[in-house]
Design a protein around this ligand. Sequence first.
Ligand SMILES: O=C(O)CCC(=O)C(=O)O
Length: 204
Amino acid sequence: MVLSSTDTNPPIEYVPNFLTPSQALELHNHCETLAWRQNTIKIFGKTMPVPRLECMYGDEGCDYLYSKSVLLQPIAWTPELQQLRLHIESSTGYRFHIVLCNRYRDGRDSNGWHADNEKSMGESPAIASITLGQKRKFQMRQGKKGKPVDIWLKHGSLLVMHPGCQESWVHQLPKTTRPVEERINLTFRPHINGKICNEETDLK
Ligand SMILES: O=C(O)CCC(=O)C(=O)O
């Protein structure tokens, strides 16, 4: 499925078989060894655990703060994540400086409605998201009142949110009461402390 940009569709592309089955399996095994952490988030003055495990790899100096309370500092790229970064950059034409990794242990783990619009990513960031493991429903809606669009993200897939998406669309990975296996998500992002972001320049 490829959804292309219109006024009513989010400006995204979904590539279900971006990774071959063996690439996806190898990467999944590697991702299980990453430096996963249980972070805490402050919401309305209350500190609580983030409902998933996280870690971040990336270029030196590309710190990432979200929700004004969760500070992620990049760990140096592993050879596997660096190789994946280059593969995604050459396939999409976008440049990425960090990868924020999410590990959803079961259906209680989630990621609530938000846009990825932190200033550290520069203006109109493109974001590339890889799914490994359990297929889960990802939802997007335009602003607070839009009707949610459901996209089922499968093992080995790539979802690209193009520049412009974060300005008018929000997304979430809702909880589910269905019994589900673990899912790992890797979101590649630009960072202004890296090089100029998102120019579809020399890579295409
Ligand atoms: O797990 C996903 O597919 C979504 C991740 C996400 O929304 C984020 O990291 O900002």
